[in-house]
Write a protein that binds this ligand. Structure first.
Ligand code: PLP
Length: 401
């Protein structure tokens, strides 16, 4: 008798996980994995932040019971999320115009938002940047939306093709969903300027678009409030919009899956109706969220001492990435690379689109055991004092052919 799974096809492999598998199998002691999307410290380890450790110790000692959480997560957590995103003195928060629900990481938050949007606006098309985090397309398609792109990265300037992006936004029908990286664009590292954000807000207003900001790296570019500029400009606009956010990177809590979906509505009364629908989406997916990560984040953000410690640890991660950016540029120049790599210092967040071709990336892997995504994306946070010279040397040799 034939199996009910006999016709199941093999799904395509996740390209980045595939890279990690090859890296793990590589026996060269000098190997370096720049393909990851995770912050490593200068010892090449994922840090456990001291603020997190302190909050975990206190929680363990308090031995709290493990009842179910509210469907949208505890208020201590959702309020802390709102203060970080919108600013503690936000008029929107005071007016009850922000709805926030805990999400299973930023990914889960995106998916709650996508499922709610599908009920709200079933005929819409979702537009993501070209290129974008690869899961954006898959996730919105899985929620039933057609997904298209708007121009974003300009390989010639290694910055944003803003004229192309704006022209596209202004050409879209009302109700189109526009997925925007709030800061630290993944994979390119190229962000909009404040003035360009203002033009995006104006375009969304003019065309009646539905903005959906994805904020996965708050605090990794310039600082917590500085990196929230897009959220703050949309907040000031009077428009309704979505924000998914994540503590995976900023708290180094990847596997705890801590994120949130926030929705800005037109009124407090509208908020209660929107929240009721968001809760319905959550209830039918996983009922209610897990406790631990959100409890830790809420504890850290509401304790002045732990919060100060977290902010300084976050600044430490941000500064180390910057030091790796300048270090890489300087070392490439010192090794006689003629090409100007100063754009690496201008790009923000964990990633850089280096401009290395797929062939050059393949040679880096084969000859040097330096692993990068075939698009030329590297993770600067995978560089450290011990490997940066080796990586610069490998890239320099590959560029010289
Ligand atoms: N959005 C972007 C742009 C990301 O880069 C990531 C993680 O890599 C996420 C969302 C999802 O983060 P999380 O691990 O919290 O689900």
């Amino acid at each position: 008798t034939s199996s009910i799974f006999a016709a199941v096809e093999m799904a395509p492999r996740d390209p980045i996980l595939g890279l990690t598998e090859s890296f793990n199998a590589d026996t060269r002691p000098t190997k370096v994995n720049l393909g990851v999307g995770v912050y490593y410290d200068d010892n090449g380890k994922i840090p456990l932040l001291a603020a997190v450790k302190a909050a975990e110790k206190a929680r363990l000692e308090a031995a709290p019971p493990r009842g179910y959480q509210p469907i949208e997560g505890p208020a201590t957590y959702t309020q802390a999320v709102q203060n970080l995103l919108f600013g503690a003195g936000s008029d929107l928060i005071a007016a009850g115009r922000v709805v926030t629900a805990q999400g299973i990481g930023g990914t889960g938050a995106l998916r709650i938002g996508a499922d709610f949007l599908k009920r709200l606006n079933p005929g819409a098309t979702v537009y993501i940047s070209d290129p974008s985090w690869e899961n954006h397309r898959a996730l919105f398609e899985a929620a039933g939306f057609p997904v298209e792109t708007y121009p974003y990265y300009d390989a010639a300037t290694r910055g944003v093709d803003f004229a192309g992006m704006k022209a596209k936004l202004l050409s879209l029908p009302a109700g189109s969903v526009i997925l925007l990286h709030a800061c630290c664009h993944n994979p390119t590292g190229a962000d909009l300027s404040d003035a360009q954000w203002e033009e995006v807000v104006a375009a969304c207003r003019e065309k009646g678009l539905v903005p959906f900001l994805d904020m996965a790296y708050q605090g990794f570019a310039d600082g917590i409030d500085q990196d929230a500029v897009a959220v703050r400009l949309f907040s000031a606009s009077g428009l309704q919009f979505f924000v998914s956010s994540s503590f995976s990177k900023s708290f180094s809590l990847y596997g705890e899956r801590v994120g949130a979906l926030s929705i800005v509505t037109a009124s407090k009364e509208e908020s209660s109706r929107v929240l009721s629908q968001v809760k319905r989406v959550i209830r039918t997916n996983y009922s209610n969220p897990q406790i631990h990560g959100a409890a830790i984040v809420a504890t850290v953000l509401s304790s002045p001492e732990l919060r100060a410690q977290w902010e300084s640890e976050l600044a430490g991660m941000r500064d180390r990435i910057r030091a790796m950016r300048t270090g890489l540029v300087e070392k490439l120049a010192a090794k006689g690379v003629a090409q100007d790599f100063s754009f690496v210092v201008k790009q923000r967040g964990m990633f850089s689109y280096t401009g290395l071709s797929a062939d050059q990336v393949a040679v880096l892997q084969k000859d040097f055991g330096i692993y990068a995504v075939s698009t030329g994306r590297i993770c600067l946070a995978a560089l450290n004092a011990k490997n940066i010279d080796y990586v610069a040397d490998g890239i320099a040799q590959v560029l010289k052919g």
